[in-house]
Design a protein around this ligand. Sequence first.
Ligand code: CP
Ligand code: NVA
Length: 312
Amino acid sequence: MLHLISLKDWSPELIGEVLDLADDVKKQPARYATAMAGKTLLMIFEKPSLRTRVSFETGVTQMGGHAIYYDMGTSPLGAGKENIADTARVISRYVDVVMARLFKHEVIVELARHATIPVINALTDHSHPTQIMADLQTIREKKGRLNGLKLAYLGDGCNNVTYSLLFGCTKMGVDIRVACPPGPDYSPASEVTRSAQALAKKAGSQVLITHDAIEAVRGADVVYTDSWMSYHVAHEKLEERVRVFTPYQVNATLMQQAAPDAIFMNCLPALRGFEQTAEVMDGSQSVVFDEAENRLHAHKAILLKLLEAAKK
Ligand code: CP
Ligand code: NVA
């Protein structure tokens, strides 16, 4: 059974096929108007969401299927009355595909282990693969290619989006430089860096983890940042994190270090004046809303690919 749990498990060929399909779905949506007829997607959420929830649900509707929003808090699983394995077995008897946004990555791995339908990771504390699929689509659309590009990621290095970028970029031949504060709370876990370096070696791309924002951004084609206060981070951490991350804020001065035609990306939600200034977020180099739109097209392509694989 093909699942989308982490981009680390997907080959560059498979990622490329989904990106091509996402482009086609975007160009000719009518072609896919009945592609999910009679199919149901279950969407389990343990954390908030705007883009992921609305784009998946809309995508399924546009392809003639049905999506069920399921708040984890209202489930026997969330109430501690049922385990993940039984939940996986039961939902596999009803629906065709399930996506889940959860705190712990181990829980989605466990869900996939016991499900007999495709499982999509809609964000865990460890990874956010559906986001990075849309990001790769956006980068390729704006730059005409992926191979040989340089992406600079600024801010929280110990983060789901960072990890999925590390896997997705290296696999697709994009050099990635992560600039983050020192220390295990802010830098990528060493096993993630090691995996990304091994993937980069295979694809001929490069990985740099640095604490110097300018070193990361110099000459970059893509400048990317994410929230300093991810959903799982406690509000009490705000003051400390603003202090620690401020040297990595994407502002106009930092953008000047990037290639003149560099694009600015943020998976959103974003706070102007925090991880980027309003000037950058609303400026001419920002593609954040095209990036958000591509979640819709990329998610449709992911669903189609997983459903097709499940048939075989
Ligand atoms: N980027 C993203 O996943 O947004 P949501 O949290 O709104 O789904
Ligand atoms: N790193 C962020 C991504 C939000 C889409 C978080 O986990 O909240």
